[in-house]
Design a protein around this ligand. Structure first.
Ligand SMILES: *Cc1c(COP(=O)(O)O)cnc(C)c1O
Length: 384
């Protein structure tokens, strides 16, 4: 029996050929495929602008920069996420705080958000940016968050690293109907991959322009952005401090090819989740709850055990059987780096409690029925 990871890429011969074609072409970076991939993703999700980058972490960073997040500002996100959702605030010199999760969806609780906003307003420390994270591929209650953003005046960056291919209400996740910017990750464990890679979507041209500038050294070749007339065809100006966060042609070619299969990938994940739902009902753990106003991309299939000791022994039991179960997530504020910044254990009890009992089962497009049955029968054996 091979090792069964919790998530992995699906790479076809067509994907491989697409990358090889780039290697034989004139451009390894900054050629035609990067804008083509951007247009394809923008069209797929129904957003006006797409800015590709070398990771979702970079996308979060330039999104914060474009929204002018800086020292003295506050950014709020969920504690139940990968550390990158919070680190982007720190890169900009801003402060980060967290909003506890809803115990049913494991997404940012809009009730907790509203309470925290009321208190912050009274204390004069409202956030400039809130980053809801579509955990496991399921959209947050974006309509409610959008309403609160209008009432309290904050920007929304939706971290949809788990969620490309999903829907929320009548739109694809990434359409930015409820966010200023939505970001995706193309890491190999996510829904589609470019090896490393990410993208920021927006319907705001000004934000898109700024993100493009920050992605590439703060350099412009557009004369209307320059401080004076161009000196000739070679001329460019650095007009702000940017980074090199560009995606390569190799990554974009892989992304274009992967995007053609995205609906199949997500449908596959739904089929697998349905099999888990069927065959794992009646066990002493909770199955992931699905809201009825959306369609999850199902990046993860987290079960929730009744106590932490049992989670640990089930984790070890399955790992011994070469099943790569994992835990998503260790609450960000409990990480040593954040502890050193003064965040307290106990501040976000729902996320902390959830963390002690959760376990992500394998789910990915290439997971075979045989392997999934092996996961299921191993769980059955554990509880026998
Ligand atoms: C994977 C992930 C990221 C970071 O993505 P990279 O492309 O690896 O930088 C950010 N946020 C969440 C929620 C993620 O799962």
């Amino acid at each position: 029996m091979n090792f069964i990871p919790y998530g992995r890429q699906n790479i076809s011969e067509k994907d491989i050929d697409a990358v090889i074609d780039v290697l034989k072409s004139d451009f390894l970076t900054q050629g035609p495929r990067v804008p083509q991939f951007e247009e394809s993703v923008a069209r797929y999700v129904g957003a006006s602008y797409a800015v590709s980058v070398n990771s979702a972490t970079s996308a979060l960073h330039i999104a914060c920069m474009a929204l002018d997040l800086k020292a003295g500002d506050w950014l709020w996100t969920s504690p139940n996420t990968f550390v990158a959702s919070a680190n982007c605030a720190l890169y900009c010199g801003a402060n980060v705080s967290f909003v506890d999760i809803d115990p049913k969806t494991y997404n940012m609780s809009t009730t907790a958000l509203e309470i925290k906003l009321k208190k912050a307003k009274a204390e004069g420390c409202l956030p400039k940016v809130v980053i809801p994270v579509a955990f496991a591929g399921q959209s947050c209650s974006m309509a409610k968050i959008k309403k609160l953003s209008e009432e309290y005046g904050f920007y929304i960056i939706e971290d949809a690293s788990h969620a490309i291919g999903g829907h929320y209400k009548e739109h694809k996740i990434g359409a930015c109907r409820y966010s200023d910017i939505t970001i995706f990750s193309f890491h190999p464990v996510k829904i589609i991959t470019t090896a490393e890679g990410g993208m920021a979507l927006t319907n705001n041209e000004n934000l898109a322009d700024k993100m493009r500038l920050y992605r590439s050294h703060g350099i412009t070749r557009n004369e209307h952005d320059m401080t004076k007339c161009s000196e000739g065809g070679w001329y460019y100006q650095q007009i702000t401090l940017g980074l090199n966060y560009r995606m390569t042609e190799l990554q974009a070619a892989l992304g274009i090819s992967q995007l053609e299969k995205i609906d199949d990938f997500v449908a596959c994940r739904h089929k697998m989740a349905m099999r888990y739902n069927e065959k794992l009902s009646g066990f002493p753990f909770a199955l992931p709850h699905q809201e009825n106003d959306g369609y999850s991309a199902l990046h993860l299939y987290p079960i929730l055990l009744s106590e932490s000791a049992q989670r640990k022994s089930l984790f070890n039991f399955l790992r011994d059987r070469k099943i790569g179960v994992n835990v998503h997530y260790i609450p960000v504020h409990t990480q040593p780096y954040f502890q050193n910044l003064g965040y307290e254990i106990g501040d976000y009890p729902e996320a902390e409690n959830y963390y002690t009992r959760t376990l992500s089962l394998p789910i990915y497009a290439d997971l075979t029925t045989t392997d999934q049955d092996y996961v299921i029968s191993s769980i059955r054996e554990f509880f026998r």
